[in-house]
Design a protein around this ligand. Structure first.
Ligand code: DGP
Length: 113
């Protein structure tokens, strides 16, 4: 755990969050500032700064499958959803702990801004 990391503190229960589900590898919880009717974040329990630092292929697969599970939990499989991993400054990554956004519940525009 990185002590100053916001999402590590959420994983550790130090900062409250509305959990969707938790496995032995990942936590899914609701984004505090949702940009869609459904906006869930999926994070590994172990700290990695961003997708660029993630070398564990098994964990990468688990993160992606957990994003699908979050979509399933939120009844998005039929209507569709988007999985986004903002990585680095130009992508607008604001929290330095890898996280997948799972967005849905409305028609999403493309391309993103
Ligand atoms: P990004 O900009 O891609 O790094 O996304 C970070 C997301 O984290 C952003 O959508 C807002 C969310 N967020 C920031 N602080 C908190 C918090 O304390 N709790 C929860 N649940 N979400 C947070």
């Amino acid at each position: 755990m990185a002590e100053s990391c916001l999402f590590c503190r959420i994983v550790g229960g130090e900062i409250p969050a509305e959990e969707v589900f938790r496995t032995e590898d990942v936590l899914a919880f609701r984004d505090i500032s949702p940009v869609a009717p459904v906006h869930v974040l999926v994070v590994p329990l172990v700290h990695h700064d961003s997708l660029s630092q993630l070398e564990d292929a098994e964990l990468a697969g688990k993160l992606l499958l957990a994003a699908v599970e979050a979509a399933r939990c939120e009844n998005l499989l039929e209507t569709g959803y988007r999985v986004v991993l903002n990585t680095g400054r130009d992508a607008g990554q604001s929290v330095g702990h890898i996280h997948a956004h799972v967005l849905g519940g409305r028609a999403l525009e493309w391309p993103p801004g």
